[in-house]
Design a protein around this ligand. Structure first.
Ligand SMILES: [Zn+2]
Length: 308
């Protein structure tokens, strides 16, 4: 299984591109959660898109891509850090019945209130620094179009995406027109023509073709007549950043009343990470400790460690 992200540039054309494929990371992501096929496809496409956009950013931190839906799918989240480590999850409405043919609009924008949110959360925040967040309506009939529209609005960059996913693999391609290089009118025309030509080649890609061929084959089929500069391939991977500390933090945010009433009802709290399925248990002592500890770290010793 290969998980690869390949960057390339068209020589003398002012167009850059990336191809990505993920099998191992995508399957690890699905190993603890089962989604209806229509949701699986969308989440897989979002994952490919997140890797493509992250690899394109000069940014040290985590990109969080979220869709807040108003239909049977309530939330889809994909996170990708600057080392191309990804995790993803989706939350469906309790009563959701999802047919295979349902579209993006059916799933998350049924009443026109769906939102697409991109957050850039830097690793080393300066004091008082906020994460950057961009929110746009879900205008578009596919994940690719929604992101293209977002890029056009927020970055004023011509960007085109082609995405495809099934239960085994997710693949994607990004093409982007570089900011203007040429000064003269004829250079500008040449650049526009090179961009249009690259997009036209990209538009010949069919979903089936993307699902059934590795990115080296796709690149050759599409661009064999072009002179490409190809960079050292990168390796996206699955990684979940959940920790017992973060779960404890979340419980503290819920507040002591909420946690105590849950303990009274269930005896203890069993929390599973939405992203990786890892289980975190908090018994009454663990929970009490959370709220008496002077510092967060004291309250969340793993089970078995001595508590004072
Ligand atoms: Zn996790």
């Amino acid at each position: 299984m290969t998980d690869t992200l390949q960057k390339f540039m068209f020589e003398h054309a002012g167009v850059r591109g990336e191809l990505v494929e993920m099998e191992s990371a995508w399957q690890q992501m699905q190993s603890h959660q089962t989604y209806p096929p229509a949701v699986q496809t969308m989440l897989g496409e979002m994952m490919a898109a997140a890797a493509l956009l992250s690899a394109n950013l000069k940014f040290n931190g985590t990109m969080i891509m979220q869709i807040h839906g108003d239909g049977p799918v309530k939330l889809m989240v994909v996170e990708c850090d600057s080392e191309l480590r990804l995790r993803a999850t989706a939350k469906l409405a309790d009563d959701a019945v999802i047919e295979d043919h349902e579209t993006l609009k059916d799933l998350v924008h049924a009443h026109g209130h769906g939102r697409f949110v991109i957050t850039l959360d830097p690793n080393d925040k300066m004091p008082g620094q906020q994460a950057y967040q961009g929110i746009v309506p879900l205008d578009g009939d596919s994940i690719a179009t929604v992101i293209e529209n977002y890029m056009q609005r927020s970055e004023q960059l011509d960007t085109k995406l082609w995405l495809a996913a099934n239960d085994k693999v997710t693949r994607g391609m990004l093409l982007q027109k570089l900011p203007k290089i040429g000064g003269s009118e004829s250079q500008v025309e040449d650049e526009a023509e090179a961009w249009n030509h690259a997009v036209m080649l990209g538009d010949t890609l069919k979903k089936d073709e993307m699902l059934n061929h590795d990115i080296a084959t796709l690149m050759h089929r599409l661009f064999w007549e072009q002179t490409l500069r190809v960079f050292e391939p990168l390796q996206p991977s699955f990684h979940c950043s959940c920790t017992r500390e973060k779960v404890g933090d979340m419980l503290k945010m819920l507040g002591i009343d909420e946690v105590e009433s849950a303990i009274a009802e269930f005896g203890k709290l069993d929390i599973n990470c939405d992203f990786c399925g890892k289980h975190y248990g908090f018994d009454p002592v663990d929970c009490a400790q959370l709220f008496v500890a002077k510092t967060l770290a004291e309250g969340i010793l793993p089970p078995g460690d001595s508590k004072h």
